[in-house]
Design a binder for this molecule. Structure first.
Ligand SMILES: N[C@@H](CCC(=O)N[C@@H](CS)C(=O)NCC(=O)O)C(=O)O
Length: 231
């Protein structure tokens, strides 16, 4: 059985069953991606609640697992070669879990690259841009008088949503079969209601994205991920 006591994070968030994958997360969009994948695959895991407060994400114990002080992060006791593997960055974790299980990564080498392409698109584009837009529309940034930051991120969010809308024409899922790309994208689309930003990004003018979000959240795993670990 793997001994996870060598990972300092386990001092603050003790492990109950060291044979299970350990998830350190909070149900934000980036956290939901990994919880959704764990639920979809049925891999046994233990979820530890790491809040976004400094006392959690900037604690020495959490930083020992992710020096970038952000959830989600995992320890897989049964990593490559049967050795424990620690990992952060939601996109890397999704890819790792897809390779480990052989699930949700596309059937052929070409499909696999298409899935990775859309995961990268989410990681470098949709997630950061919607996150910045949320800051300037709903959080502290909304009090900044200069309209340019807000306009910049709203415009970019709108552009990205239109790229997705076009891609989804005639497709149920972004890369063919349901995949980790959808698990990366879906939770971020779920933030637009919370930000109150749907009118700003021209939501009602999108043809395919609204039904796509509904399809995503109709999946039990995507629903469950909204509350893993409980807030
Ligand atoms: N690129 C990272 C971003 C993760 C991220 O932004 N996590 C946020 C919550 S959604 C966080 O932990 N913020 C805490 C902080 O910045 O102090 C990933 O995809 O894993």
């Amino acid at each position: 059985m793997a001994d996870l006591s060598a990972f300092p994070i386990t001092r603050k968030w003790p492990v109950e069953d060291p044979t299970k994958l350990q998830l350190f997360s909070y149900p934000t969009p980036n956290g939901q991606k990994v919880s959704c994948m764990l639920e979809e695959t049925g891999l046994p895991y233990e979820a530890h609640r790491v809040t976004l407060e400094d006392a959690n994400v900037r604690s020495p114990e959490f930083l020992s697992l992710n020096p970038n002080n952000k959830i989600p992060a995992i320890i897989d006791p049964d990593g490559p070669g049967g050795q424990p593997l620690a990992l952060f960055e939601s996109g890397a974790i999704l890819l790792y879990l897809a390779e480990k299980t052989g699930m949700f990564l596309g059937a052929t080498p070409a499909d696999r690259m298409t899935v990775i392409q859309w995961v990268m698109w989410q990681m470098g584009g949709l997630g950061p841009m919607l996150g910045q837009m949320g800051f300037f529309v709903k959080f502290a940034g909304k009090d900044i008088e200069d309209p340019r930051p807000r306009e910049r991120f709203v415009t970019e969010a709108k552009r990205l949503l239109n790229v997705l809308d076009t891609r989804l024409e005639g497709r149920e899922w972004v890369a063919g079969e349901y995949s980790i790309a959808d698990m990366a994208i879906g939770p971020w689309l779920g933030t637009l209601d919370f930000y109150g930003a749907k009118p700003l990004v021209g939501w009602d003018g999108l043809v395919n994205v609204p039904a796509y979000v509904d399809r995503f959240f109709a999946r039990p795993a995507a629903q469950a991920a909204k509350n893993i670990p409980p807030r």
